[in-house]
Design a protein around this ligand. Structure first.
Ligand SMILES: *Cc1c(COP(=O)(O)O)cnc(C)c1O
Ligand code: SF4
Length: 394
């Protein structure tokens, strides 16, 4: 059945927790404390499938389960195929490990000069500041370290990482990620951003976070003041499905935007979640309405136990083709494969060019019509000005 979106509806309210005082619901530490972390807790609200029960038998030693009450409200408890449910409730499939999968599929540990710092591209570093998240995504690329279910014992060394960045004047861009950096206290973030801002050659600071999506209550006025103080700080959020675009998330994005934080979105292309042109179109339209510019669409990394989420790359290309030209240019993310082993992000695009010669480039537009663009400078005397504008089109 094709996905049809109710464009007017933005989920709001407290759902299953409607009798809780609103002040508690809005308190992000209440949300964290009351996360659903076990099969027994979930079973108070829903019937788990045998597949999901099996998933819980292994999750403790692979990637912990945690779902904020806020996000759990978005799960369709009657639909085992609910796209929100698939993202956060473990399944037995996670224990299916195929040959090409790796715990560290992007070779991050090999590119790490200091624990917690990944220096892959010459001019920018990835700074992993924590191994905790508000909730855990079953397909997480960093499941080797986040939640510490695999005993990785991740210990970021902030001081050493900062000194490394200070000593490397080629680093102009620092990306804070993890785990989720917005789980740090306001005070710690204030300190970290202040230290980075004080480094003369660091001109671009950004944060990758799924907290606005899992725990929008965390985007407090005080946190926004920290971003205002050290801005510009850019942020990439992580939304995969239009159902995640709630009134709460919209409000959180507005608070961030009004604090001067430019917002982008990174989605992962996931089987049974967003591997569908209609779903993706609804998602990117909602993102724009929340002031969020779709940035990347990721092909699933080859992370251990992730194969049940894998989508054929040709499907991803078809989805991008269905967007480009058919909707607002701002709405179209760049589809990428993060090269296995650590080659960086590589753009994967639909092919529009039919042929390039010394004379012309021949290409198709979004409707499939062919156009030509001449490459040779026309001979001054031979082409009357009027005719040059009427280039032949087949
Ligand atoms: C994704 C990533 C970056 C940032 O890449 P951009 O294309 O600039 O967003 C930087 N370092 C590492 C290791 C990354 O994986
Ligand atoms: S929020 Fe990011 S780091 Fe945390 S589990 Fe999800 S994908 Fe992994």
């Amino acid at each position: 059945m094709p996905y049809t979106e109710d464009r007017a509806r933005w989920f709001e309210g407290q759902g299953l927790w409607q009798h809780l005082p609103e002040s508690e619901w809005r308190d992000w530490s209440w949300q964290l404390k009351n996360r659903l972390t076990s099969a027994a807790q979930l079973e108070q609200f829903m019937t788990l499938t045998p597949e999901e029960k099996e998933g819980f038998r292994f999750a403790g030693s692979k990637l912990a389960t945690a779902i904020t009450p806020y996000f759990f409200n978005l799960v369709d408890r009657n639909d085992p195929d609910c796209p929100i449910r698939r993202q956060v409730i473990p399944r037995g499939d996670e224990m299916v490990v195929s040959e090409e999968e790796m715990p560290d599929s992007l070779g991050e540990d090999a590119h790490s000069p200091v624990p917690g710092l990944v220096h892959r591209y010459p001019d920018r570093v990835l700074f992993l500041v924590t191994d905790r998240c508000a909730a855990y995504c079953r397909y997480c690329t960093r499941s080797r370290l986040v939640s510490n279910a695999q005993d990785y014992n991740f210990h970021p060394e902030y001081e050493r990482a900062l000194r490394y960045i200070e000593a490397h004047s080629e680093v102009r861009d620092v990306l804070l990620s993890g785990g989720d950096p917005l789980l740090l206290s306001d005070h710690k973030l204030d300190h970290l951003l202040g230290r980075l801002r004080a480094i003369k050659h660091v001109e671009f600071i950004r944060i990758g976070s799924r907290i606005p999506v899992f725990l929008p209550q965390r985007i407090t006025p005080e946190l926004c003041d920290v971003f205002r103080k050290h801005g510009p700080v850019w942020m990439s959020i992580h939304v995969n499905h239009p159902k995640e675009c709630t009134q709460e998330l919209k409000d959180a994005c507005e608070r961030l935007a009004f604090a001067g934080v430019p917002l982008g979105n990174q989605s992962v292309l996931l089987r049974g979640v967003n591997d569908d042109a209609d779903v993706m179109k609804a998602l990117v339209h909602r993102l724009l309405r929340m002031r969020v510019r779709p940035y990347y669409l990721y092909q699933m990394d080859l992370v251990t136990g992730g194969s049940h989420f894998k989508v054929d790359v040709r499907k991803g290309i078809e989805i991008i083709r269905s967007l480009r030209g058919h909707t607002t240019g701002y709405a179209v993310p760049q589809y990428v494969i993060d090269a296995p082993g650590g080659g960086g992000k590589v753009p994967i695009n639909p092919e529009y060019i039919e042929r390039i010669t010394d004379d012309e480039v021949v290409f198709k537009n979004y409707e499939g019509k062919t156009f030509r663009y001449p490459l040779k400078a026309p001979h001054k005397s031979s082409v009357p000005a009027g005719d040059a504008l009427k280039a032949p089109v087949s």
